[in-house]
Write a protein that binds this ligand. Sequence first.
Ligand SMILES: *Cc1c(COP(=O)(O)O)cnc(C)c1O
Length: 394
Amino acid sequence: MTDRKLAPESLAAQALGWIDEATRAVVPPIHLSTTYLRDPDNQYRSGRVYARADSPNYDQPEQLLATLEGGAAAMVFASGMAAATACFMALEPGDHVIVPKVMYWSLRNWLANFATRWGLRVEFLDMDRLDDVKAAMRPGTTKLIWAETPANPLWTISDTAALADLAHAAGARLAVDSTCATPVFSRPLELGADIVMHAATKYLNGHSDVIAGALIGRANDDHWQRLRTIRAQSGATLGALESFLLTRGMRTLFPRVRTAAANAQWLAERLAGHPLVETVLFPGLPSFEGHALAARQMTGGFGAMMSIRVKSSVTAGLSGEQTAIATAANVGLWKRATSLGGVESLIEHRASIEGAGTPAPADLLRLSVGIEAKEDLLADLEQALALAHRRNVA
Ligand SMILES: *Cc1c(COP(=O)(O)O)cnc(C)c1O
């Protein structure tokens, strides 16, 4: 064994190469105990007391995540929402936060409906308009900028390094929802972010069978300890089995995500010229508004999420919205479902799930590209588009 620094691919494949000390097993055991023995002298020398606060199941996935993101520490949570909301619950009523207009829908709803009632002053802005963000900063009162890049469901790219500078100049932190970028393509902490958040439900686990979240911190400081306390006290803790499955999923993170992203790039290029498709929203296309910025701050790919806006069907007398829904109705290989980041490809009429106030145009289909053969994915979409356009034609 040399002391050569191992590549992230090697560290992920072996989940840091941990061996169970007791059995020499190369796969970690699942610890189900909720409580830990107190020493006779009334101390807890193991450092563990009760599994709502901390669990040995977390050691491996948290250390792997901290390593992949280049952070000082990581924390797994019961869901992506639990991880994200912890960042806002760590603030005080009256604090001002800047969040994107285009962002993951459930968090947007929580911010608009719960966080505001709880006393946070939440300001929704276009995060790709740095002048607007700069003008909105209130030094001393603004405590957090929240960014998501690429952002659901339009894949808007925001400039992590520039936002970090704006945040820090005003004494605020920058947190980045990097769920769709993944640590394979982006390392926000290196660009200046203070906290990275993942819906580990998505690419990190990758198999649509675990709800989990994660935060990775630049520093293990007082603020980080406050986040740990929130996780323990609010009970936003990840289950033992989920923790095991997440670790297992992350072992194949790199090949899964790279295959999906290559499929997405290939599909986007073909769909961009498709006669039944109006627009393809995908950061990997040079025609996409945020492409140059994405190319600068992402490495090796642009992720595997895209949206297409379909043309209305004149022949079938369908609006763009009806054509989009009809297209989704006619897929076979693609699965009609919400969520993203699994090995299977999913298609979704996004406006239907987001409801009133959505930034998703009515003719938009969100595609989570999986690792199937790209030709099969394209053929299935093309036949579904063609069928939607032919519908109602005698
Ligand atoms: C799914 C998702 C979340 C929320 O994660 P859950 O595990 O569903 O709570 C947050 N942000 C993004 C970008 C997501 O895709």
